[in-house]
Ligand binder design. Structure first.
Ligand code: ADP
Length: 542
């Protein structure tokens, strides 16, 4: 028997309409590309999104069209986040840190009809434009800041809006209609497209808002340092308006000092980003001897947050939520939210729990399997490949049958490529990405574990542990580190690791570098490091 409730579709525009009705005066505050701070309310954002919707239609864009954005976190990007899916088109957020070759591949694969870009990216797009002969371009600025450009078919964002009234009703369509498109950074092979639906975006936004109720609240301010071009800024683009949380947007200014100043000036309560961003902020906090005013919660994910970083924040009175997810999962899969009882555990136990990737989000099922695909117990010991299932998890890659077939198992679960254990209480512990695990003499070494230990030494500011080929053991771990001071105490670092790791897990070599290479999503690129050190001669081979 079917239920007898109204079959109303879930739509992304419902979030904006709700924010306009319920939280009209809540602000979105943006540090702009042009310079200075811009403020608008959710009511103004909704009004401008309606004008933008009319402008999109006037440009001949409509249902099913892919519309690319190449932009930082800011109010205009948020308006696109709602107006584009609002008319039934697809908001294709492009990662500007990808190589030119990847951007050309992605744009052509998505068959984008229009591209909205921040001023920053005009020179880049001018170089790529010959590859996109039919593209319409909209530069996200006002007439006063419009640059001289070789781009043809180019428009000014504010002029487009000024020409329109806000008299517009968001159309109705099926909730499974595509709303957003985001390509994974594709560290190996071509990037793959993840096509979100209205239904998945709304459910994921609801989940994020409810799960993060400590951080996302009416009257509080949230700073997503995680970009809008990276998987819905972890759902913040939807969860903030939904919950009436004020948004503070950093624009292109992502260094520690700029993030500190913006947080301090605007009284940011919660900030979300990858560990490398927090290393920068932490250095700034140390320099100034205080945390930004009002800072109370940090969400960290994208790669493993070292325990020393979690401890560092907690010592400063900033509560850490360590989350795990993937572009393919909209992206949040697990969240490090403790029960009130767990919050009162002795500090070391609490930090140990927060150093895991947390527990499953609502509507996300987890399973770990062995190499033959058999399920493994959630006993905190058995380790296997992690698979996930849920209504905001991808069912296949956009226009890529081969990659889709590889990604989904016979039971319909998505294989994450991560290796993990799950404790009886449901805490997920990611050992590694399968491709980053180090295989030494038949034993697996978790690069994340060794990095975690190394980060606990005060002379190490940042590090990565990679496999280097070894004639006898197949692979051996090597620690590549950025020093926190001149002349780091190498013997002390070795002793620190020896006290915490089995002998066979100890890095064979410690190499200091000025910087670690980053991926397009701001994570340490172990692939680049592995390539750079593929011929490295280890001390015992020399
Ligand atoms: P990209 O490859 O473009 O960076 P994603 O952001 O989708 O794409 O990366 C997802 C991967 O990042 C996960 O499969 C996992 O390996 C890693 N990851 C994300 N969050 C964490 C975390 N908290 N701890 C460890 N690894 C993480």
């Amino acid at each position: 028997m079917r239920g007898m409730m109204m079959d109303r579709p879930l739509k992304v525009s419902d979030i904006l309409t709700y924010a306009e009705d319920m939280h009209p005066g809540t602000e979105i505050i943006s540090s702009t590309v042009e310079g200075g701070i811009h403020r608008e309310t959710y009511a103004q954002m909704a009004e401008r999104a309606r004008k933008l919707a009319r402008a999109l239609l006037a440009l001949g864009l409509d249902n099913g069209d892919r519309i690319a954005t190449l932009a930082w976190n800011g109010y205009r990007h948020m308006e696109l986040y709602y107006a584009v899916p609002g008319i039934g088109a697809i908001c294709h957020t492009m990662n500007p840190r990808l190589s030119a070759e990847q951007m050309i591949y992605i744009t052509n694969h998505a068959q984008d009809k229009a591209m909205f870009l921040d001023l920053t990216f005009v020179p880049l797009v001018e170089k790529l434009a010959p590859q996109f002969p039919d593209m319409a371009y909209v530069i996200m600025t006002d007439a006063a800041h419009m640059p001289q450009t070789s781009l043809s078919n180019v428009h000014c964002y504010e002029d487009l809006l000024a020409a329109q009234s806000d008299d517009f009703d968001w159309p109705e369509f099926d909730e499974t209609t595509a709303a957003g498109l985001c390509y994974t950074s594709g560290t190996t092979g071509n990037p793959k497209g993840v096509l979100y639906s209205h239904r998945s975006q709304v459910l994921h936004g609801l989940m994020a808002g409810i799960s993060l109720q400590n951080a996302l609240r009416v009257g509080k301010r949230l700073l997503p340092v995680v970009p809008l071009f990276h998987a819905n800024a972890w759902g913040m683009a939807h969860a903030a308006p939904l919950t009436g949380t004020s948004l503070v947007m950093p624009g292109p200014h992502l260094d520690g000092a700029s993030v500190f100043d913006l947080m301090d000036a605007e009284g940011v309560f919660c900030a979300a980003g990858v560990p490398t961003v927090w290393l920068g902020l932490m250095a700034e906090i140390k320099k100034r001897g205080r945390i930004p005013k009002g800072f109370a919660e940090v969400i960290v994910g994208g790669s493993a947050a070292p325990s020393s970083m979690i401890q560092g924040f907690e010592d400063l009175g900033v509560s850490v939520c360590h989350a795990w997810g993937m572009t393919e999962m909209s992206p949040v899969g697990t969240l490090g939210i403790l029960t009130p009882e767990m919050e009162t555990l002795p500090a070391a136990e609490k930090i140990a729990l927060k150093s895991t990737q947390g527990r499953r989000a609502f509507l996300v099922d987890l399973k770990i399997v062995d190499e033959a695909g058999n399920r493994l117990p959630h006993d905190g010991i058995a380790t296997g490949e992690l698979f996930v299932r849920g209504p905001f998890i991808m069912s296949g890659y956009y226009n890529n049958a081969a990659a889709s077939a590889d990604a989904i198992d016979a039971e319909g679960w998505f294989g994450t490529g991560d290796v993990a254990s799950i404790s009886p209480e449901g805490f997920l512990n990611i050992t590694d990405r399968a491709k980053d695990l180090i295989k030494s003499g038949g034993e697996w070494i978790s690069s994340i574990d060794v990095e975690n230990m190394a980060m606990g030494h005060p002379d190490i500011a940042n590090c990565a542990v990679i496999a280097v080929p070894h004639p006898k053991w197949d692979e051996r771990p090597v620690l590549i580190a950025v020093a926190a001071r001149e002349n780091p105490d190498i013997a002390g670092i070795r002793a620190h690791l020896e006290a915490r790791l089995a002998k066979w897990q100890l890095p064979d070599d410690i190499i200091f570098v000025d910087d670690l290479p980053l991926t397009a999503t701001g994570k340490v690129s172990k692939l680049t490091l592995r390539q750079a050190y593929a011929d490295h001669i280890l001390p015992d081979e020399g």
